[in-house]
Design a protein around this ligand. Structure first.
Ligand SMILES: NC(=O)c1ccc[n+]([C@@H]2O[C@H](COP(=O)([O-])OP(=O)(O)OC[C@H]3O[C@@H](n4cnc5c(N)ncnc54)[C@H](OP(=O)(O)O)[C@@H]3O)[C@@H](O)[C@H]2O)c1
Length: 252
């Protein structure tokens, strides 16, 4: 196979950084990787370790909420890599939303990062993929996108919206040879979950999550929920009275 050209957002920590490491180990000098996040120092040190495995690595320190900057970066990456095979829109945040206090900013920030950020990452890639007649767009949603968690309305709403966005792109882009996948993790060990005070059943370690995600992408899955236990939990949560869920997770 020719060089794999892979672009990952949210690559400075957690799932994104672990996926970058996974692909660098898989493809070695057959990989041209684009890594994007805001923390430049983290990206630079990750890139250095991945170059030791043979990968060509570009780092982009920007904010996925900035559409203009994202368009420029996509032009830069697809230009230097000579196209793009796989894009993983993974950057996301899950802070307390403080809606009970009437604050707009925290939830608006979640919506801008988790939904607009995915849109800003994937849409500028589409013309290149259409020209190539190939490519794979991936968004990281969440099991939280299948139901409303108390205190996490914006987070759950963005993750549900991301899945629907991807579902709507899939049939249109299939005609151009482009695959579309939504990855919906349950709990994964990362900076995002490190300080959660509620129970996190079936939590998965980063490297295992990266392996499962990469396998689902390679198989061209449309929507992939993991770990498998979460596929059973989702219908149970739908059947559960709201007060039980409210007791299990954080408050508004
Ligand atoms: N961990 C879980 O249990 C879990 C479960 C379901 C879904 N997810 C989803 O998985 C994805 C990755 O999360 P994670 O668990 O790996 O958490 P994480 O370690 O906190 O990673 C989040 C990544 O997103 C980047 N990011 C955040 N805001 C950004 C912005 N405005 N612009 C550019 N990059 C930004 C962060 O980098 P900078 O701060 O350097 O910008 C970081 O690299 C998220 O979409 C999350 O919602 C996670």
């Amino acid at each position: 196979m020719s060089i794999a050209r892979i672009f990952i957002t949210g690559a400075s920590s957690g799932i994104g950084a672990t996926l970058a490491r996974f692909y660098a180990n898989q493809y070695r000098d057959g990989l041209h990787l684009g890594l994007l996040a805001r923390r430049a120092g983290r990206l630079v040190s990750l890139a250095a370790s991945l170059r030791e495995l043979g990968a060509v690595v570009e780092t982009y320190s920007t904010d996925v909420r900035d559409g203009e900057s994202m368009q420029e970066i996509v032009r830069d990456f697809t230009g230097s890599a000579g196209g793009v095979d796989l894009v993983i829109a993974n950057a996301g945040i899950s802070p307390g939303e403080k809606t009970g206090k009437g604050d707009l900013e925290p939830a608006a920030n979640v919506i801008a990062t988790n939904l607009l950020g995915v849109f800003n990452t994937l849409v500028p890639m589409i013309p290149t993929m259409i020209e190539q007649k190939s490519g794979h767009l991936v968004a990281v949603g969440s099991v939280a996108g299948f139901f409303g968690m108390p205190g996490k309305g914006a987070y759950c709403g963005t993750k549900a919206a991301v899945k629907i966005l991807m579902d709507s792109y899939r049939p249109v882009l299939k005609a151009h040879g482009i695959q579309v996948t939504t990855i919906c993790p349950g709990f994964v060990e990362s900076e995002m979950t490190a300080n959660n005070s509620f129970p996190m059943p079936f939590i998965v370690k980063g490297p295992k999550a990266a392996k499962l995600i990469a396998r689902a992408i390679a198989k061209g899955r449309k929507t992939y929920v993991f770990p498998w236990q979460m596929r059973l939990v989702i219908p149970l949560l739908h059947a559960m009275p709201e007060w039980v869920l409210a007791r299990m997770v954080s408050r508004p």
